[in-house]
Design a binder for this molecule. Structure first.
Ligand code: NA7
Length: 557
């Protein structure tokens, strides 16, 4: 029987085709599928790509890898899985992460419940049947009791709307929509626009292959050494001997990474102690450096010391003072914008004869021409333009869908004054709809697998509780959503995140309101709050046996 036929047969009687529809087959979607299936529920994951992996399916640009250390860039729910998988380097390459996802999908036989090459376009809560009706790009619909959005916080690529984009006669690529086949740069003049984490990874690699590379930089970033290396058998022996403790630490920190801060602050420390902490952090590299001082993102004094230290290191690396000053940030605290890592001599790349740095803060890009890029003070010829220009982060994956909740309320209307969600998961008026890495969740400012596992466990725990207690519907109360949004904003105000223009606040998207999109209070505190909510019978939510029961409580305060 076709899905449409099934839907027709069940229409109006409250029987959904499925217990849960999940959008996306990345970290969040696959774990949701695994857990819900373990609970005995009927689930279907809908994925637009032809394979699993989510962001790691689409991002295949040269140099693409994860800035999180590989031993904690994986699921922790299965000891068997942990013990059988080995990444080859300290930071996993895209190719290996993609293989990891394929392994997970095969190992747990997940593919049979994933509908690939299908894009969800709409979802509407049907008050007659009390189900969500999910519409896909092949014209079919599916009805489901629970609607889970595992769309990814960085899944909606952003390309600036430059005048003349269509007139460019060369090839253009966005890093997050990279072709599967090798892209040829040999003998070509290549432009990279953007120097975020993606640009920082791609630039050294493209420079090696292109005839000439021109980097268009608007905002310099603090880019620190990753200190990548191959992982040996001994490394893995040590990791495995300590895995329980590593995960326990990761789950107890603000960042979801398994590192404790060396000192809470620079305040009260001697000059020597500060210098030693910075030097040692620098030697460790990556986000371990980030963990030298606990108040890095809330205390200017600490941040200034760390930023000065990084700036001095950039100057040391480049014996061209003018170039160094162009590459040193001067407009934001370290970490208030996502800090990229350097794997392959990022700064030294600019010393190459075939690389030109164009400062587009000084002279912005005016337009694309048929043969290249024109800034306000020069014209550059290119065969290829690479947009490393980021994403409509956190909300873009949700708002691109046409979602309608109860009483005909659209997501667009619900978020008219800015995105809002209780704990990042739920919105009033949208029963049984659950977001992973939604706005006001810790999302992408924490180590994703740790944070995602926690969120999926909260959502699946909630669904389990509903079944145990005879509830068919759950919906966040309006006041819980409002309070959580206010709480998140208050926390952000106490941090230095407010001091940078960044995608954390939606500043990279023209017209998007500037507001901290994620919960900056830490993974640990968010997690504790989730436990408290669950322990109190899903405090802050309305639970009901019928859709009418849910609607009847609308007026309750
Ligand atoms: P990011 O971090 O958003 O970086 C995008 C870059 O593109 C950044 O340097 C932007 O400059 C630049 N950009 C965007 N629009 C323009 C225009 N109009 N002109 C010039 N330059 C522009 O995206 P990434 O893909 O690097 O990283 C996203 C996340 O993926 C990363 O943080 C990791 O979590 C993984 P800006 O800084 O806005 O001045």
């Amino acid at each position: 029987m076709g899905l449409d036929q099934k839907l027709e047969d069940s229409a109006g009687v409250g029987n959904a085709d499925l217990d849960a529809v999940v959008i996306g087959a990345g970290f969040a979607g696959l774990y949701s599928l695994y857990r819900l299936r373990e609970m005995g529920l009927s689930v279907r994951v809908i994925e637009k790509a032809d394979d699993v992996g989510g962001t790691w399916y689409h991002n295949r640009y040269p140099g693409c890898r994860c800035d999180t250390e590989s031993h904690v860039y994986c699921y922790s729910f299965s000891d068997e899985l942990l013990n059988e998988w080995e990444y080859s380097e300290r930071y996993p390459k895209q190719q290996e992460i993609f293989q990891y996802f394929q392994h997970v999908a095969d190992r747990f036989d997940l593919r049979k419940d994933i509908q690939f090459e299908t894009e969800v376009e709409s979802a509407e809560f049907d008050e007659g049947s009390g189900n969500w009706v999910v519409g896909t790009d092949d014209g079919s619909t599916l009805s489901t009791k629970h609607f889970i959005l595992a769309v990814g916080p960085l899944s909606d690529p952003f390309v600036p709307d430059f005048d003349g984009t269509d007139s460019f006669e060369g090839d253009t690529y966005h890093t997050a929509k990279w072709p599967h086949e090798r892209v040829d740069f040999e003998g070509k003049s290549v432009a990279v626009i953007g120097t975020g984490s993606t640009g920082a990874q791609a630039i050294p690699r493209v420079a090696e292959r292109a005839d000439h590379l021109t980097v268009y930089q608007r905002t310099p970033n603090y880019i620190i050494p990753a200190r990548n290396h191959r992982l040996t058998e001994e490394d893995y022996e040590e990791i495995r001997a300590n895995y329980d403790e590593i995960w326990e630490t990761a789950r107890s920190t603000q960042s979801g990474h398994p590192y404790e801060y060396t000192y809470p602050s620079v305040e009260g420390l001697s000059e020597e102690e500060i210098q030693t902490a910075l030097d040692e952090g620098w030697e460790k590299g990556g986000f371990r450096f980030f963990h030298a001082f606990g108040d890095l993102l809330s205390n200017w004094e600490t941040n200034d010391r760390v930023a000065e230290f990084i700036s001095s290191k950039i100057r040391e690396r480049l014996d061209d003072p003018e170039l160094a000053e162009k590459l040193i940030p001067d407009d934001h605290p370290y970490g208030a914008k996502r800090p990229p890592l350097d794997y392959e001599g990022y700064y030294e790349t600019y010393l190459r004869d075939n690389v030109t740095l164009v400062d587009v803060r000084e002279a912005p890009i005016e337009r694309l021409t048929s043969s290249g890029i024109r800034t306000t003070d020069a014209e550059y010829e290119h065969d290829v333009i690479i947009f490393a220009t980021g994403f409509d982060a956190i909300t873009g994956g949700f708002t691109r869908l046409d979602i309608t909740g109860r009483n005909g309320t659209t997501l667009e209307a619900a978020w008219e004054d800015g995105p809002r969600a209780y704990l990042g998961y739920s919105i009033d008026g949208f029963p049984n709809m659950h977001m992973i890495s939604g706005p006001q969740s810790p999302a992408a400012i924490t180590n994703q697998p740790v944070s995602i596992e926690r969120q999926v466990e909260f959502i699946t725990g909630m669904i389990d509780y509903m079944r145990e207690n005879g509830y068919d519907y759950i919906e966040a109360r309006k006041e819980s959503v409002d309070d959580w949004v206010e709480h998140t904003a208050e926390i952000a105000e106490k941090t230095l995140y407010t001091e940078a223009r960044s995608w954390y606040k939606g500043d990279n998207i023209p017209g998007k309101p500037s507001t901290m999109l994620m919960y900056a209070g830490g993974f640990d505190n968010h997690s504790e709050k989730c436990d408290e909510v669950a322990d109190n019978g899903y405090e802050g939510y309305k639970l009901a046996e019928t859709i009418k029961g849910l609607a009847d409580t609308d007026v309750e305060v």
